[in-house]
Write a protein of this length. Structure first.
Length: 296
């Protein structure tokens, strides 16, 4: 970052404070993890999160197609150098002035939100994977320029992390999504495990449902594992935050298991104490990773 551009963080401090409040309110897990970043990088993550949150809320909470169209037009204006005069865009302008950002994943994420407008249940895992990329893998690509000088090299594991997190969301929110008329569990997988919509309607964690859930959880966990391949290429001062985000998010799967797969009637939250334990586990894990990579 150049000195003049970095000073923009101070000039637009109020806008970054606004973005920080958004992530702090909506995702304590992400906030706990990414607040471990160096200050300017953390602020940049908050701005990107606030953009994604706005897009997500327009569809999930409001079904506001016109609002999403407006947000996409603002992104087009932003690309043309016309910065909308609101906190999120002013903050993003500072981020783009300081890091080699790529707009393509921002457009991809908005395309993912459009897929939710005319939602249909995924036919198979391939369809679900495509959806997961657009709404979450794209976010991994947004963040890469903050975290590494080798964004192209590690794009695939970054996408895997976003996809793993989205699969975790789906497995966590089965009941809530069903109440909104959405089933993200692929049709082919439901048929394979003999899980019906009646199972979801009855809020029943049957043996068949648990088997289906564990099958998808295994795929999420494999993607988390694949995503860790990028860690040696991540800046040392960013490794803790990124790995903590992955560990804390992945822990939701364990919380659901401990609560007997009750994804229909309760929120499976991770305690603050457990998050602190995970931060210690992350530190130990990174020491091991960096010792290994230093000999390669």
């Amino acid at each position: 970052m150049t000195g003049d551009n970095e000073r923009l963080f101070e000039v637009y401090q109020a806008d970054f404070t606004y973005c920080e409040a958004v992530i702090k309110q909506h995702s304590k897990s992400f906030y706990t993890a990414f607040s471990q970043l160096p200050k300017r990088k953390a602020q940049s993550v908050y701005a990107i999160y606030a953009f994604c949150r706005q897009a997500d809320d327009l569809i999930d909470l409001e079904g506001n197609v016109e609002g999403l169209d407006q947000l996409e037009q603002q992104l087009t204006d932003f690309e043309a150098g016309k910065v909308p005069n609101v906190p999120i865009w002013r903050a993003l302008a500072v981020v783009f002035a300081n890091f080699p950002m790529d707009l393509a994943p921002f457009y991809d994420m908005l395309n993912g939100q459009r897929k939710d407008i005319s939602f249909t249940q995924p036919k198979d895992m391939k369809a679900l994977e495509e959806y997961c990329y657009y709404v979450a893998g794209s976010v991994g690509l947004m963040l890469l320029p903050l975290l590494t000088d080798q964004a192209t090299k590690i794009a695939e594991p970054a996408k895997k992390l976003g996809e793993a997190m989205q699969l975790t969301n789906i497995l966590r929110d089965v009941g809530e999504d069903y109440q909104m008329g959405r089933v993200y569990l692929p049709k082919e997988e439901m048929e394979k495990f003999q899980v019906t919509e009646e199972t979801l309607e009855n809020k029943a964690a049957t043996p068949a449902f648990i088997a289906l859930w564990e099958s998808l959880a295994a795929q999420a966990e494999e993607r988390y594992k694949q995503s860790f391949e990028m860690l040696p290429s991540i800046h040392k001062d960013c490794q803790l935050a990124l790995t903590a985000a992955a560990f804390i998010y992945r822990e939701q799967l364990e919380a659901i298991r401990k609560n007997h797969y009750q994804v229909f009637t309760r929120k499976n939250k991770i305690s603050h104490f457990r998050k602190l334990q995970l931060l210690r586990e992350v530190t130990n894990y990174l020491e091991k990773i960096n010792r290994t990579s230093s000999f390669i």
